[in-house]
Design a protein around this ligand. Sequence first.
Ligand code: PAF
Length: 272
Amino acid sequence: MTILRFAADLRSLPQPVMFVPTMGGLHEGHLNLIHAAKRHGGTVVASIFVNPTQFGDRADFDAYQRDLGRDGELAEGAGCDVIFAPSVEQMYPGGTEATRVHVPEVTDKWEGEHRPSHFDGVATVVSALFNMVRPAKAFFGQKDWQQCVVVAKMVRDLGYPIELRFEETVREPHGLAMSSRNERLSADARRRAAVLYTAIRKTADEFRLGGEPRAAEANTSTILLQGGFESVDYVAIVDEDTLAQADLPTGQHRVIAAAQIEGVRLIDNIRV
Ligand code: PAF
């Protein structure tokens, strides 16, 4: 496996390129994306870039785990051919306050409300990465469902000739969605945090069976607080594509949620 630092070096790679964008801190969820990319053939490129413009909090950005040696070994073991690990200066030649990509509407609510400017940072870096890597297909995890919706809209609106693949969330044995943030939890909190998954599953079942959506959302928040979460940012049953809050179980929906345990903010979602 090769580690490339410069976008120009990506030009000579055998095509087509299957692309897995990451910020490092690789876990089973990322490795699942690399496996999926591998199954599509071509050259598998994973980017490792801790993107400063998507962090609201400088301390969070500084604390983000960076271990290219470990990530490189894991990625290679999963079948990755090339790691693209640019510097901040290469990703943002005009500085981090330069041009931004803003995807309207689907970024207004949920994560957008709690992490202002986060999705502008994500859309900007994904757009720049797509231009540098020029993949045929790009692979994202469904755990960040709103991110999937934002990237899909950006690709449609800007006409990127890229097929997007959204892969199923990989979970720990008791159900907690894999996330680099799980590492920050004590063993006890990590066990208790599994209630996030069981609670949203229950909400999805209730809604499917005709339950009143606002009551189901409120019950889920209560379950999370009783189960050891300190606070709940949102629990919502939403249209899968528009992220508008749903009233009736017609169409395709997701239950999305964000809550904090031991000061760590976790998100998850499930298809109804
Ligand atoms: O999901 C992530 O890890 C990041 O948001 C992404 C897509 C790599 C952009 O920095």
